[in-house]
Design a protein around this ligand. Structure first.
Ligand SMILES: [Zn+2]
Length: 277
């Protein structure tokens, strides 16, 4: 069934676990993610990063499979950077959108998020925004410190925008890290104490199981995931090819999506969303 992200995250916040939001982009990844969630009795946030597929097409396929499923699924637009993308997603039946204006100054970020929250809430769609900035792994050493979320700004941001959940920068980064990840758990604890909406972690891949577990323990309720799923799938295929002289396309497809699914299941167990339905 299709639900909003807010329903899933409020429940996770109450019961102290996180919901995984894997990037999916086609029928195979949508089916693999839903199959993983069904097997684990876990809620799921299917997240489309708009450069990976067409917003309308993804919405159509995701809705079809989410509707047929017994587990609650939110259909989410990840990192949207324009007003038009959000409207397109709302029209295509997404139940939630991320409005990423984290590279903008605080005031502009508030202004744009606030406007979209008003529209989205009017049609029952929930909204995530980002404050501070989670950068790219390749720039980690240069951007980690300057991007960190400020506690007082997080408090006023949530109040002013009425956003449903907040992505925070606490030392993670997107893609593959250069150097070791350094997570500021004290900062996370301080934000969690002061901010009354569920918190989101971007750049979870490569952060390490121990760090992710602690992040959930200290109040993260949504874990965004792509690179680790991507690497797990390709490693599986490479291993298989090494043991064969040739491989059929159908076989390759199955191996890739099984690799994606297995890694997703591992993460659902890690963040404690399994058996929560
Ligand atoms: Zn992200």
């Amino acid at each position: 069934m299709i639900v909003t992200m807010k329903e899933l995250l409020d429940e996770a916040n109450k019961r102290n676990y996180a919901v995984v939001a894997p990037n999916a982009w086609n029928e195979d990844t949508i089916k693999a993610a839903i199959a993983a969630a069904e097997q684990e009795k876990s809620p799921l946030i299917l997240a489309l990063y708009p450069v990976m597929a067409d917003i309308e097409e993804f919405g159509y396929v995701a809705r079809k499979f989410a509707k047929e499923s017994k587990i609650p699924v939110a259909i989410h637009l990840d990192h949207s950077d324009s007003f038009n993308q959000v409207i397109k997603a709302i029209k295509a039946g997404y139940s939630s959108v991320m409005v990423d204006r984290s590279k903008m100054p605080y005031k502009e970020n508030v202004q744009e998020v606030k406007e979209i929250v008003k529209i989205a809430h009017a049609v029952g769609v929930t909204v995530e925004a980002e404050l501070g900035h989670v950068g790219q792994g390749k720039d980690y050493e240069d951007t980690r410190d300057s991007g960190l979320t400020k506690v007082d700004e997080a408090v006023s941001f949530v109040k002013e925008t009425q956003v449903d959940c907040l992505a925070v920068a606490i030392g993670t980064s997107h893609g593959v890290y250069t150097g070791d990840p350094r997570i500021d758990f004290d900062l996370l604890k301080a934000i969690k104490r002061e901010v009354n909406v569920p918190l989101v972690l971007h750049g979870s891949s490569g952060t390490g199981d121990k760090n992710i577990k602690r992040c959930v323990e200290f109040g993260i309720n949504k874990i965004n995931l792509f690179t680790d799923l991507d690497l797990a799938a390709s490693d599986k295929l490479i291993d298989y090819v090494k043991s064969k002289k040739s491989i059929r396309i159908v076989e390759a497809n199955d191996i890739l999506y099984n690799g994606y699914k297995e890694k997703l299941i591992e993460n659902m167990r890690l963040v404690g969303s399994n058996n929560m339905i």
